[in-house]
Ligand binder design. Structure first.
Ligand SMILES: CC(C)(COP(=O)(O)OP(=O)(O)OC[C@H]1O[C@@H](n2cnc3c(N)ncnc32)[C@H](O)[C@@H]1OP(=O)(O)O)[C@@H](O)C(=O)NCCC(=O)NCCS
Length: 176
């Protein structure tokens, strides 16, 4: 089910996560300069990152997720991650998520990665709608979602009613 297509953009390469990414993956997820990823929850440990990375690799392999690592095209260094996760085949719905290493923020890199990721996902999984959940203060992420074709809707998670939902219909659905 998993396809191992590698995506090239002008400045980036998007490819499969691998166990050797652990150190960079952990650093990305625990960088104190980034807004807290899990408000109210303790910061992730290295073991938790290792487990998560293993799960991502496993779920990519069986189609429950479609995650890609983002690397510099120039030198292969780790720049961030992007992907569909929580793919629900019955509802034909995926959740988009992305994170960029703080040193690379504000250079248009995630815009470049997101558009390339979505174009590739639209070809491979044209049946999937997708949703993004974002804090109202996260202006860069909201602008990214808008640029990717997501639109705000009124749905809310009762556990986190302050988090906004953005929705992007499947390309073949006629609802775009
Ligand atoms: C959100 C994030 C991925 C943005 O990545 P990035 O590469 O810096 O984004 P880009 O440079 O491509 O900019 C995307 C848009 O946001 C705008 N933007 C970038 N930084 C901004 C800032 N600090 N304030 C306001 N707007 C900003 C850009 O101008 C651009 O808008 P445009 O499309 O209208 O021109 C990055 O900040 C990040 O990893 N944050 C932590 C994780 C996170 O928040 N993930 C999303 C959870 S929903």
């Amino acid at each position: 089910m998993h396809d191992h297509r590698i995506i090239h953009t002008e400045r980036l390469v998007l490819d499969d996560p691998r166990p050797e990414d652990l150190e960079a993956f952990y650093a990305l997820r625990t960088d104190p300069r980034a807004p807290r990823l899990y408000p109210g929850r303790p910061i992730e440990t290295l073991d938790q990152s290792r487990e998560l990375l293993a799960r991502v690799i496993e779920e990519n392999a069986d189609g429950r997720a479609r995650n890609r690592m983002i690397r510099s095209r120039r030198d292969g260094s780790f720049v961030g991650s992007i992907g569909y996760w929580r793919i629900d085949p019955d509802r034909k719905l995926a959740e988009i998520g992305y994170k960029l290493v703080v040193d690379h923020w504000g250079q248009g890199l995630m815009s470049e990665a997101l558009l390339a990721f979505l174009a590739d996902a639209d070809r491979a999984r044209p049946e999937l709608d997708s949703e993004g959940w974002v804090d109202a203060w996260n202006v860069a992420s909201i602008r990214l979602l808008l640029r990717g074709g997501y639109r705000p809707d009124a749905a809310r998670n009762p556990d986190e009613p302050e988090v906004l939902r953005y929705f992007r219909p499947a390309p073949g659905s006629g609802r775009a």
